[in-house]
Design a protein around this ligand. Sequence first.
Ligand code: ATP
Ligand code: MG
Length: 661
Amino acid sequence: MSANGEYQTSYDPPKDLQAQAHVNSLDEYKRMYDQSLKDPEAFWGKIAEDFYWKKKWDVIEKHNIDTSKGPVSIEWFLGAQTNLAYNAVDRHVEAGMGDRVAFFWEGNDVDQSRTVTYKQLQDQVCQVANFLLSKGVKKGSDVTIYLPMIPELPATMLACARIGAVHSVVFAGFSAESLAGRIEDSRPSVVVTTSGVKRGAKPIELKKIVDEALALPGTDSVTTVLVYDHSIALPRNKVAFTEGRDVWWQDVVPGQPTEAPIEWVDAEHPSFKLYTSGSTGKPKGVLHTTAGYMVGAATTFKYVFDHRASDVYWCTADCGWITGHSYVTYGPLFNAASQVVFEGVPTYPDAGRCWDIVDKYNVSLFYTAPTAIRSLMAAGDEFVTRSKRSSLRVLGTVGEPINPEAWRWYNEVVGGGRAAIVDTWWQTETGAHMITPLPGAIPAKPGSATLPFFGVEPAILDESGKEVEGPGQGYLVVKRSWPSMLRTIAGDHARFEQTYFNVYKGYYFTGDGARRDEDGYIWILGRVDDVINVSGHRIGTAEVESALVGHHLCAEAAVVPVEHAIKGQVIYAFVTLYGDATYPPPEETRKALIAQVRKAIGPIATPDVIHWAPSLPKTRSGKIMRRILRKIASREEDQLGDISTLADPSVVETLLSLRGK
Ligand code: ATP
Ligand code: MG
């Protein structure tokens, strides 16, 4: 840990990267950042010149985020008209880049791959768009997409955007009930799915799940199910088919014309709905719009990954999450990037799969989540070191706080010390990166998301809502609107205002706690609900977790507060050990872990309870579901609430059986 001074705490940008970076010094970053706040019109106006606008904007930005002054409203590029799909695909084809590879698709099994060029993507987007139009989908209609990571997934999202339809991507693997709930919320007439998919060794019958969902109440808006025959996973003759409702993609899409009309939409036209992960409660249907989202996703992609035309980029996130929207479908394509789209999981057929893929395509920019990094780290270095990985230049992380131990492993073992690490903090609601290093400009500190992106003005508030100046900690908020921020919660503007703007008037409330250090760097402490108050001391769950994971036996940890009559709250830690440990382990292990926390943070952070966890309850996107852990810790397991977004519900039973052991 850094607390005892053994480890390097700050890492300068790698020299080779810096020499050619878009932003190549801290001073240059600061100059651009200051301009983005002082003169947003000039800053964003210049960036927006790089896109195609059917009609230019009249006003760059107008907002009210202060509920005491009236309803919350956020508008960017007022008066403009444009189209997301045109900017992602057609623009590049028209500029002569039609032969450039858009997607290097890598299937679940090692021998499955194909490439899609920008021209081929344009053709397919048009064909899907024409099919949707033929089914009566039009500007403003909702389309639900329940597809695995095949090129047809981003193509279908773009087909919706092309005709002004609003897509709602549901992670393929969610249960029939979760899918039905989302369909009920957005009332689409068309659902797009596949026969099935294999994820690792596990086959999933997606069409069957759709059939089950459509048998549930509230889903009668659906009149068409477009089914891609993913025969390598599950051939069509194994799939039930409802005449009159179901159509095979292969029968109806390839025959469509490869030209389709473009719906030029207003800047604030809704582009998509997406539900949050549900880590803290019932998922929220976040609504994003067009022009601001486009500019935000594109600009962060360019600067945070320092993207250049020669790069091969790969983000492991599924398009069912915001990361897959902004950093698979939209951000990279707005920048004419070539990227790997991966259908499988990082541990299949073994834990070296990612690095084999990096070598196969010479991936230079790689983006994943701490949960994947920790599980690959636990599998052992030999899976990494068998590959070269010499192409890697930037390594990104998102989704949860990354503990310094995993950060260093990512940097040293995966990146060989040659790549820059970008720890990107953002949310479904923010649409794009908010606090993040720029790899050629901002020195990194393991565990810190560092400094705000252009146009983002964060603040830290104390309990009374007063801004903390200089070093200190509290609630992370944002003081003004930024281009890619959510505009509402679909169908529930009151909940939108309540959740994000009524907590502290005049600020966007993130729900996360944060600390600012003496260099102005931001450290995300975890969810506000999870900041623990022990005898008046505020302790971030992320800090205790990274102390635990700093011990060589501990693979993963999740810490939650439990109410205590005297101390206010105490620290309750769920701990997963490395490898095939038996549970409960010997008493010495518990003592060693506690000693580790006392050494790294201090006696005040000593966990009251260590609860052994062969695995932790996680959302489908790999995030730890802390609200479930809080209920287990406080013996309220009869009130677990909605657990439909849990990847493996049986984890809960195992945890309960190990209580007190
Ligand atoms: P819900 O809002 O339904 O509880 P969720 O917050 O998990 O779900 P997302 O929008 O997917 O849904 O996740 C955003 C959250 O993830 C952030 O608020 C933050 O807590 C966490 N997070 C994301 N990136 C980082 C990061 N780099 N460092 C620390 N935390 C991060
Ligand atoms: Mg959230």
